[in-house]
Write a protein that binds this ligand. Structure first.
Ligand code: SAM
Ligand code: SF4
Length: 286
């Protein structure tokens, strides 16, 4: 079960396609930020329901959760105190990490939590060639060049990079998409851990005039090429390369991967032995 902790509805960006925009811009909408006491209740409820022995997943979400790093830190500390064996998935627009000291703070928090058997996985939203639709709320200017600086900060601190790539009308041409993903892999291969993909299905269907079945055909074409990229570069493309991916919530943080085209075979990895284990397991199936 994935437990979602919604830190705040506030956001420093105003991405054109954001599904939260409609609510955020609605008349009478009140911004909300979680309180410490609500975080306490959230943690205690999971403890009561799932206990300390099972593997648990908490997704930290927003708006932009890292606008309130203090609350994210507090939540992680409470999880460390009461909920061992938890994988925490934080999806962020990444702007907080333009300052490398902030990224260092996150690295410290990851190290602290791993000592409590709590693993924090970070995913940075970046749409490659379509990233021009991700813009600062105040200036309406694209964040692309700043996010590239953020990636360099990950490289400097030798931190694994997980990218959350949203496919929408600005980057959905299938050949360009494969080119885009390949160029991201080649550019960040030394630090890249995985790319997870989201499809803004309604927009793509409208853009091409697709029926739902035609959309699935389009997605299958992409899936086949992405499985090839996974096999070649050993970078998982979550939600595309593994049929079993919906079971992968824990994988975000614990380095578990499913081998593609091989049913339910489960392979566990650790950073320090990146993909060696995967190679051994996979060689026989190629
Ligand atoms: C809503 S954001 C919240 C977290 C954070 N602010 C961020 O941008 O990562 C979570 C993810 O949803 C994606 N997303 C936003 N609108 C979408 C849409 N209409 N369809 C598919 N994915 C979308 C974003 O690109 C981002 O990767
Ligand atoms: S940064 Fe995330 S929450 Fe904010 S507008 Fe963009 S997609 Fe939406």
């Amino acid at each position: 079960m994935c437990n979602i902790l919604y830190i705040t509805t506030h956001c420093n960006l105003d991405c054109e396609y954001c599904y939260e925009k409609a609510t955020r811009d609605a008349p009478g909408f009140k911004h909300k930020t979680v309180t410490k006491s609500e975080i306490d209740d959230f943690v205690q409820e999971i403890l009561k329901r799932e206990g300390t022995e099972t593997d648990k997943v908490v997704s930290i979400f927003g708006g932009e959760a890292l606008l309130r790093f203090d609350l994210v830190k507090y939540a992680v500390e409470q999880i460390c105190k009461y909920l061992p064996k938890t994988g925490i998935d934080i999806i962020t627009n990444g702007i907080f990490f333009i300052d490398i000291e902030n990224l260092q703070q996150m690295k410290d928090l990851q190290e602290y939590s791993s000592k409590h058997n709590v693993y924090i996985g970070l995913r940075i939203s970046y749409d490659g060639s379509g990233n021009f639709r991700r813009v600062y709320a105040k200036t309406n200017t694209p964040v692309t060049s700043d996010i590239k600086k953020v990636f360099e900060n990950f490289r400097t601190l030798k931190m694994p990079l997980n990218i959350a790539y949203t496919v929408h009308k600005g980057n959905c041409d299938k050949k360009s998409f494969i080119k885009d993903i390949s160029s991201i892999i080649l550019k960040y291969r030394d630090i890249l851990d995985r790319i997870s993909t989201y499809f803004y299905e309604e927009e793509i269907e409208e853009f091409y005039g697709f029926t739902h079945d035609e959309f699935l055909e389009y997605k299958n074409w992409i899936k086949e090429r992405c499985t090839y990229l996974f096999q070649k570069f050993k970078i998982p493309l979550c939600y595309l390369t593994c049929e079993a991916c919906s079971l992968c919530d824990k994988a975000q943080t614990k380095k578990n991967y499913f081998v593609p085209d091989d049913g339910n075979k489960f392979v566990e990895l650790r950073h320090e032995e990146k993909f060696d284990h995967w190679n051994d397991e996979f060689k026989g199936t190629q």
